[in-house]
Design a protein around this ligand. Structure first.
Ligand SMILES: Nc1nc2c(ncn2[C@@H]2O[C@H](COP(=O)(O)OP(=O)(O)OP(=O)(O)O)[C@@H](O)[C@H]2O)c(=O)[nH]1
Ligand SMILES: [Mg+2]
Length: 430
C-alpha cells in the first residue's frame, strides 16, 4: 500500500489562490455579460463629453471610467474628436459610424439643390427673375474670412466672435453697385469640415481666402476640394497684403498645384490681392464677383411654392427650433405653412442678418426662421404649402415611405441613409 503523503499548503498560499480564483470568477462574470451591441452615428467633427451618455445610452460615470483607463483627462465640457469617440465606443460595444460628408454626400446635397432649382424654373416660368448670387467665403483658419466679410459689409462680426474663431455658417446680404449678394461666412478651423462642405454645396461662387504671408494650409486645400467637387467657380482673395511678409507669387505657385492657375500665369482663375485690414483691393474683388455671377445668369421664380435649404439649425432656449435658410425658389412669408422631411411647421417669424424682423424672403435671400416643430437637419429642404391639411397629408406620406425604406429600424437597429458603414470621413488633420 502506498503511503498517503498529505500535502498541506501554507495559509498564505491558500488565501492568494482563493483571491486569484475569485478575481477570475469576477472577470468571467464580466465577460459573460457583455454590454449589448449598439450602433450610433456622428456627423459633427467633435462632440462634448456631456453629449456622449445620451448618445451611447450609458451613464456618464461609465464613460468617464473609460477615459480614465485610457489616461485621458477630460471633463463634461471637453470636446473630443471622432477618432477618440470611436475608441471609447469600442470599449463599450458601441460602433460609431461617421456620416460621410465627402464627395458622394457632398454631391448628394448639391444634386438636391440643382434638381430643386431646375424643377422650380420649369414649373413656374412666368415669374422668373434674376436672383442674388450666393457666395461662400472659405479658407484656412485665421486667414481673414470674417474680417474680409466685415469690410465688405462695413460691420464688425469678427469682434463679436468668442476666441476669434468662427464656429458656424453665417449668412449675410450685401448691396454693392445696386446689386444684391448673399455671402456665407464659413469657419476655417479644422473641426468644421461638414460646415465647409455644406457651404460649398449651396453656393454659386466660392471666395477662397489665402493669407499672403502664410500661403496655403490644410484647410485651404480642403476648401478647394469642396468647391471643386461641388463644381463651384473659385475666386481667390490673396489677403493680408498689408503685411511685409506678403508674397503673392508664392501663393500663386502653391495654388497652381491644385488646378488653380492665375490669369497672369496663363490660367483662368481670378486672383485678387486684398487687405481686409486696410480695405485695399476689395472693390476689385467685388467687381470680379459681379462678373462671375453675371456670367452665371442666376434666375429663379419668385412666386409659387417657396423652396429653401437649411444651412444651420439649433434649439434656442427662448425661441425653440430655429434655422438659417437660403431661399432657392418662390417667396417664403410669415404665416406660410411648410413641410420639411418628416415634420411641418408655420413660419412664425423671419429675422434677417441685421437681426431685424422681416415679412418675407425671396430667392437668394438668407434668413432665420422660427416656427419649426422640431430642429431641422442642416441640408434639408423646406417647401411651403398652401394649407396645414396639405402639410399633414405630406408628412404622413413621408413617414410611411420612410418606414417602408427602413425595416431594420423596426427591430431596434439604427440606420441612416447618409451613413456609409466602414467608410469614414477623411480626417482633415495633418
Ligand atoms: N494685417 C492683417 N490682418 C488681418 C487681415 N485680415 C484678417 N486679419 C487678422 O487676422 C485674424 C483673423 O481674422 P478673421 O477674419 O477672424 O479670420 P477667419 O478666417 O475668419 O478665421 P476663422 O473664422 O476662425 O477661420 C484677425 O486678428 C484679423 O484682424 C489683413 O488683411 N491684414
Ligand atoms: Mg471667421
Amino acid at each position: 500500500m502506498s503511503k498517503n503523503v498529505g500535502v498541506k499548503l501554507d495559509p498564505g498560499t491558500t488565501t492568494r489562490v482563493k483571491h486569484l480564483y475569485q478575481n477570475k470568477l469576477n472577470q468571467s462574470e464580466k465577460t459573460t455579460a457583455p454590454l449589448p451591441e449598439k450602433t450610433v452615428s456622428l456627423k459633427e467633427d467633435s462632440i462634448k463629453v456631456s453629449a456622449i451618455p445620451p448618445l451611447f445610452d450609458i451613464p456618464l460615470s461609465g464613460i468617464m471610467k473609460i477615459f480614465l483607463s485610457k489616461g485621458l483627462l477630460v471633463n463634461v465640457n471637453s470636446e473630443i474628436d471622432q477618432e477618440t469617440l470611436i475608441e471609447i465606443g469600442k470599449e463599450l460595444n458601441v460602433t460609431v459610424e461617421i456620416e460621410d460628408m465627402t464627395s458622394e454626400n457632398e454631391l448628394g446635397l448639391k444634386t438636391k439643390v440643382m434638381e430643386l432649382e431646375e424643377t422650380a424654373l420649369s414649373e413656374d416660368k412666368d415669374s422668373v427673375e434674376s436672383r442674388p448670387p450666393v457666395i461662400a467665403i472659405m479658407g484656412h483658419v485665421d486667414h481673414g474670412k470674417t474680417l474680409l466679410l466685415d469690410k465688405i459689409r462695413q460691420s464688425r462680426v469678427v469682434e463679436g466672435e468668442a476666441g476669434g474663431i468662427t464656429q458656424h455658417i453665417g449668412a449675410y446680404q450685401v448691396t454693392s453697385n445696386e446689386s444684391v449678394m448673399t455671402f456665407l461666412d464659413t469657419p476655417g478651423h479644422e473641426a468644421f469640415t461638414s460646415l465647409r462642405a455644406r457651404g460649398a454645396q449651396v453656393t454659386d461662387i466660392a471666395i477662397l481666402v489665402v493669407a499672403a504671408d502664410e500661403g496655403i494650409k490644410p484647410q485651404t486645400i480642403e476648401a478647394i476640394n469642396h468647391a471643386q467637387v461641388a463644381d463651384v467657380p473659385i475666386i481667390v482673395a490673396i489677403n493680408k497684403m498689408d503685411k511685409p511678409e506678403a508674397d503673392t507669387e508664392k501663393v500663386k505657385q502653391q495654388l497652381s498645384q491644385y488646378n488653380l492657375l492665375a490669369e497672369d500665369w496663363g490660367g483662368e482663375t481670378v486672383m485678387v490681392p486684398v487687405s481686409a485690414k486696410t480695405g485695399d483691393g476689395i472693390d476689385s474683388l467685388l467687381e470680379m464677383i459681379h462678373l462671375v455671377s453675371d456670367m452665371q445668369e442666376l434666375k429663379a421664380p419668385v412666386s409659387g411654392i417657396a423652396k429653401a435649404v437649411v444651412i444651420e439649425s439649433n434649439l434656442s432656449a427662448q425661441k425653440g427650433p430655429i434655422a438659417t435658410i437660403i431661399v432657392k425658389a418662390g417667396t417664403l412669408s410669415i404665416g406660410d405653412f411648410f413641410v420639411i422631411n418628416g415634420s411641418y411647421g408655420k413660419v412664425r417669424a423671419i429675422i434677417n442678418d441685421l437681426g431685424k424682423k422681416i415679412k418675407s424672403l425671396k430667392p437668394g435671400d438668407p434668413g432665420e426662421i422660427l416656427g419649426f416643430s422640431e430642429v431641422p437637419e442642416p441640408g434639408s429642404i423646406l417647401e411651403s404649402k398652401l394649407t396645414e391639411k396639405e402639410c399633414k397629408v405630406l408628412v404622413e406620406e413621408f413617414k410611411a415611405q420612410e418606414a417602408a425604406k427602413k425595416p431594420s429600424q423596426k427591430n431596434g437597429c439604427f440606420t441612416r441613409s447618409l451613413i456609409l458603414p466602414g467608410r469614414r470621413r477623411q480626417s482633415s488633420r495633418t
